[in-house]
Design a protein around this ligand. Structure first.
Ligand code: ATP
Length: 247
């Protein structure tokens, strides 16, 4: 069954026409990568889906789990089961690792809307102990202030925190390996592989093609706000897409 579908999405920031008819679909249980260079429109695509700092979608539609969510505010989409790990991580740097993980159920500031418990009290998708099994580094550092973690550890925490959302169905990962050293990329990728192995549907936004293709089933390539290629990982590996990608 199709879980997420974008159909001819045209999105604008003011007068700037950023997405030019983006169409893509993700089936339940799939791991799909959205690839493209800096400025191709990847983050704008994520924002068009989740409604955080949203561009104006002037035509086309976004459907999630059978509903047209194009105009939905972010908190409604999150409650419907979409979790986003934003570019840049956005942790509560003064709080410890464990407090960040517990935060997901506490109203606070801007992220109140994102991490609020679903009405009716849905239980978190993963418990803190399950997350420590998935990310042992976080357990080792549970009492450390998150602002003092390494970049890779912060990325793990950002992913882990999103897995605290109740009833998660679709995880959007916006450039999870950005700025990380190769060895750390491997460790973050392994954790992502474990998560995808548990059947969660994932949209993985990446510039790092090699990492993305190791994790994904299929991929879309975005360039200047248009999907210029779509295919299975095998097809993507065979195509000469260097002009659109960082390889
Ligand atoms: P990156 O890897 O740099 O995040 P990206 O593929 O995610 O690249 P976007 O962030 O979606 O690209 O940006 C696409 C285009 O939209 C860029 O030209 C960018 O300058 C523009 N843009 C992004 N956010 C805004 C905004 N809030 N207001 C105006 N223009 C924006």
């Amino acid at each position: 069954m199709t879980l997420l579908e974008l159909d001819g999405v045209h999105a604008y920031y003011g007068a700037s026409h950023i997405l030019r008819g983006v169409s893509m679909a993700i089936d339940e249980g799939e791991v799909v990568s959205l690839l493209g260079r800096n400025g191709a429109g990847k983050t704008t695509t994520v924002r068009s889906i989740v409604g955080v700092e949203p561009p104006e979608v002037r035509s086309g539609s976004v459907r999630f789990d059978g509903a047209d969510v194009t105009e939905w505010p972010a908190d409604d989409i999150v409650r419907a089961g979409v979790g986003v790990v934003p570019e840049g991580r956005r942790l509560f740097t003064e709080l410890t690792v464990e407090e960040n993980l517990e935060m997901s159920n506490i109203a606070r500031g801007r992220w109140n809307t994102i991490y609020r418990r679903a009405p009716g009290g849905g239980s978190p998708t993963m418990t803190v102990n399950e997350l420590y099994d998935l990310f042992p580094r976080l357990e080792e550092r549970r009492d450390q202030r998150s602002g003092t973690l390494s970049g890779g550890e912060q990325q793990m925490l950002s992913i882990a925190r999103t897995l605290r959302l109740p009833d998660l169905q679709l995880l959007l990962l916006d450039e999870p390996t950005e700025g990380l050293a190769p060895q750390i990329i491997q460790s973050v990728s392994e954790s992502i592989r474990e998560i995808t192995g548990q059947g969660l549907t994932v949209l993985l936004i990446e510039q790092n093609v090699r990492e993305a293709l190791k994790l994904a089933d299929r991929g879309y390539v975005l360039d200047q706000g248009e999907i210029v290629y779509e295919g299975t990982v095998g097809e993507l590996e065979r195509e000469d897409l260097d002009q659109y990608l960082v390889v």
